[in-house]
Each structure stands twice: as structure tokens, then as C-alpha cells.
Design a protein around this ligand. Structure first.
Ligand SMILES: Cc1cc2nc3c(=O)[nH]c(=O)nc-3n(C[C@H](O)[C@H](O)[C@H](O)COP(=O)(O)OP(=O)(O)OC[C@H]3O[C@@H](n4cnc5c(N)ncnc54)[C@H](O)[C@@H]3O)c2cc1C
Length: 269
């Protein structure tokens, strides 16, 4: 159906993002909407030897309820619990979070920090893309209009550190002013931030500094490093200065107890 629509159709997942703009879309008389909810095969998630595989319709709630996810990939559960509130978590999907391409997407940050890979299916076949190579700019991504996100593979590498921290106006029903996912595994450090760039992004300069054990004696050192990684803006939710400063402080607060090279230099007060 997608193929026949010649790239003009809109896929409906949980519709939690789409319904926000629904009155405008209803005026679009020529719109073609394809409801995925009848495609049962897209819903289930499964554990394979190498990866947790989310379906194109797997919801945040499906993962919150999976005790194994809480044990093996707590960052996913932590992020899922911050998305909207229970009503949104039970309808909203991980794939919709990715395809909506919001810079504030919490699910994307948690998936990206675990090196997730997106599987895109069309009549031409299946394409796989690492999530950290998926976004090209604000609301721009490597997803063609004739492709469906059919699954998301999250590698099962064990992480010695993994967590998601979100700063919003309140604990539920709040879009991130900033969010950050942190992980460390054999692959090295991963720091992924949201609401601080045109798309959710890895903070590669900070990651390299952590991998190389570069001393980070104070918050300002992190603010400086983040300058190459993020480009926050002023908008209705916050200011660029607040976002940059708070992201650095949250990171410092989280990392200092874990890394002896982050925190006050010996002898410093
Ligand atoms: C009150 C409220 C609170 C919210 N709070 C948060 C929050 O705290 N954090 C957060 O990150 N988000 C939040 N959201 C946004 C939203 O809930 C999430 O982005 C959710 O994951 C979207 O998933 P969905 O299945 O509902 O997507 P939909 O609304 O169905 O679709 C979103 C986009 O993805 C496309 N799409 C959907 N499924 C697929 C697929 N399988 N393949 C390709 N394209 C697809 C659609 O065509 C559309 O363009 C909130 C939304 C609301 C209304």
C-alpha cells in the first residue's frame, strides 16, 4: 500500500504524535493514512542471543513490563518511564519515536546509547542503519517514504554503567529541556543527549575524553567539551545557555562518582 501511494501516505503507529496535529491533517482531503495496528507481526519484541529486537509497533509499556529489559537494559526502561505518562507509554511506540525525529525524543536517546540498529523495509528489500547515523538534521532522516521501520535491534553487550536522566518541568507529561543517556561497555563510553541539537546526538568529544581518561576537573571543562558536540537553541521550553550549563552539570554529577579523572583535582578545594 505504501508503495502504491507513491510516497504520499502517512503511517499510523500509536498516533500519539500524529494526533497532536490531527485537526490540520484532517483538512488534507487527499491524505492517505495507513494504520499499522492490524499488523500483529510488528507488535512483539523478542530476545535473541545477540540482541533485543523491538518490533515496529512495540510500545514503551511493552518494555517497561518486561522484567528482563529492566535487568539487562535498564536505560530503556528508565527512558520509557519518562515518556508522557502511562496513557502515552501504552500507545506510543519506539519506532514512532524514531520516525517522528524530534530532537527531544527520549526513546531515541536510550536506544542510541546502546548502539541500536534500525531495520527499514520496503518493496525493494530490507536496509539496516545504525541509529547514530540515521539523522541528517532537524526532522531529516534516512527513512524513505516507502519504508517502514519493521524492527530495532539493540545489541546485548553488557554495560557497567547505563542510565537515562531527564530534566523537565515536572516528572510526567513534560518534554525534555535536556535529556542524557550514559553508557559504558567494551565498546567504550557513550553519551547521547536530546533537546540540545537539531536531532538526538552522540557527544563524541566527551566520549573520547572519557575513553582517553582526560582529566575533567570541573564543570566548565565539560561545558567547553560539549561546545563541539551540541548546539542548543532558545525555544519555548528553555534557553540555549540553560541547556548547555545543565547538561554539563548533570554529566558532571553522574560521572564524578564513576571516574577518578572527573571531579576536583587532587589538592583542589
Ligand atoms: C501528551 C504527550 C506527551 C508526550 N511525551 C513525550 C515524552 O516525554 N518523550 C518523548 O520522547 N515523546 C513524547 N511524546 C511524543 C510521542 O508520544 C512519542 O514520540 C511516541 O513514541 C510516538 O510513537 P507513536 O507510535 O505514537 O507515533 P505516531 O504518532 O503513530 O507516528 C509518529 C511518526 O512516526 C511515523 N511512524 C510511526 N510508526 C512508524 C513505523 N513503524 N515506520 C515508519 N514510520 C512510522 C508516523 O508516520 C509519524 O510520522 C508525547 C506525546 C504526547 C501527545
Amino acid at each position: 500500500m505504501l508503495s502504491e501511494a507513491g510516497g504520499q501516505a502517512t503511517l499510523l503507529g500509536g498516533t500519539t504524535d500524529l494526533f497532536v496535529h490531527w485537526p490540520e491533517r484532517m483538512l488534507d482531503a487527499d491524505g492517505v493514512f495507513i494504520d499499522l495496528s492490524g499488523v500483529g507481526a510488528l507488535r512483539a519484541h523478542r530476545w535473541e542471543d545477540e540482541a533485543l529486537v523491538l518490533g515496529g509497533l512495540t510500545t514503551f509499556w511493552d518494555i517497561i513490563q518486561d522484567e528482563r529489559a529492566d535487568r539487562e537494559m535498564p536505560v530503556l526502561v528508565q527512558a520509557a518511564r519518562t515518556v508522557g505518562a502511562v496513557q502515552i507509554q501504552t500507545r506510543g511506540t519506539w519506532a514512532g519515536n524514531i520516525a517522528n525525529a524530534s530532537p527531544a525524543a527520549d526513546g531515541v536517546a536510550a536506544l542510541m546509547v546502546r548502539d541500536a540498529v534500525v531495520e527499514l523495509t520496503s518493496c525493494d528489500g530490507i536496509e539496516t542503519i545504525r541509529l547514530d547515523e540515521f539523522y541528517l538534521g532537524y526532522k531529516q532522516m534516512r527513512l524513505r517514504r516507502d519504508q517502514i521501520i519493521t524492527s530495532i535491534r539493540v545489541p546485548r553487550q553488557s554495560c557497567s554503567v547505563e542510565r537515562f536522566i531527564k530534566v523537565g518541568t515536572r516528572q510526567a507529561q513534560a518534554i525534555s529541556k535536556i535529556g542524557v543517556a550514559i553508557a559504558q561497555s567494551q565498546a567504550g563510553w557513550r553519551i547521547v543527549a536530546n533537546s540540545v541539537a537539531p536531532a538526538v546526538c552522540r557527544c563524541r568529544t566527551v566520549e573520547r575524553a572519557l575513553d582517553d581518561r582526560v582529566p575533567l576537573p570541573h564543570v566548565d571543562a565539560l561545558v567547553e567539551l560539549l561546545g563541539s558536540d551540541v548546539s542548543p537553541i532558545d525555544d519555548i521550553r528553555s534557553t540555549a545557555a540553560y541547556r548547555r550549563g545543565v547538561l554539563a552539570r548533570v554529566l558532571y554529577h553522574e560521572l564524578a562518582p564513576l571516574c577518578e579523572w572527573v571531579g576536583p583535582q587532587r589538592g583542589a578545594s
